[in-house]
Ligand binder design. Sequence first.
Ligand SMILES: *Cc1c(COP(=O)(O)O)cnc(C)c1O
Length: 375
Amino acid sequence: MSQTDFLQQANKGIAELQPYQPGKPVDELERELGIKNSIKLASNENPLGPSPKAINVIKTSLNGLAFYPDGNGFRLKQALSAKLDVSEDMITLGNGSNEILELVAHAWLNPQAEVIFSKHAFAVYPIVSQAVGANIRMADAYPVEHASPFGHNLDAMLGLVTDSTQVIFVANPNNPTGTWLQKAELEAFINKVPENIVIVIDEAYFEYVNEDEYPNSIAFLGKYKNIIVTRTFSKIYGLAGLRIGYAVSSPDLAEVLNRIRQPFNTNSLAQEAAIAALGDTEHVEYSKQVNLFGLQQYETGFARRNINFIPSVANFITADFGIPGTTVYEKLLRKGVIVRPIANYAMPDWLRITVGNEAQNNRVLTALDQVLNAD
Ligand SMILES: *Cc1c(COP(=O)(O)O)cnc(C)c1O
């Protein structure tokens, strides 16, 4: 009897899909190597954790766990609406902003459709696109010598637009490069994209960026009806474990996303914690300052060691080791330091390192000295 090949039998695109490789959990490393006190700077989490106010509200919300969450997320939408100055019908809540990316693919992509994103862009764009069999048109990024090394080349992306294009994913800033797009260039791009194409502007690191010319894409929504801005509570808000993110778009686009999402896609603890986290602007500001300090630590530390890096505006920094990144990664693991190899982003010699607190960043630099000079 022949064995069924369920993978080959799966929908077009799924067999070729490269599954997402998450950062290695601390527990797993310590179990494998029998070590203690390791640190994980591999998934761009906030080293300060969430606001204490979010933790407190989670504790008091535990009594309600027998009940389904508010499927409409009324109070969180209300809080976001006030904070972002948009109407509630422009908001879609997601189980992490990754779920929003998936909803976009379900809504507008199919085996006849084309989707555009940049080389070296966030790994979830190909996954959600291939899962629905869409045709990927990957644009060349800028070369490494460019002022925005491996960053999005919007002209190259525009050059791939055809009558079949349904969705364009833009990460600003991009992960894993940490590169960013200025307001003027991004708006010029949006202006040239046909208005029937959905442009997703992924702003997962929005709150970290400290550049005058960096756009708040929600401001584009008044003029352009084909934009979906995605943000998350996983990064600066320190709530990655709760899985909560959101999209802001025209009410027409939000209506489509809300139509196809699961009725209870965001859980009650996440909704409550997100409301509390939004209210703690001090914690967000402090997290931003700790990150700016840490970025400076890495920039100085790398320059001193002649390690080439991409200047970053996010909470991670990506550096070129001139040898396979996995080799350096493996050696760092033995020092109890978990970072992220990014060969799957076509950057095999590079590692992406999350900015931690001052002590953690120093530990990474010291561990690098040990592993790079060991042989
Ligand atoms: C981390 C990240 C996200 C957020 O993922 P969540 O599902 O909200 O945890 C989205 N986009 C990019 C580019 C990211 O790096």
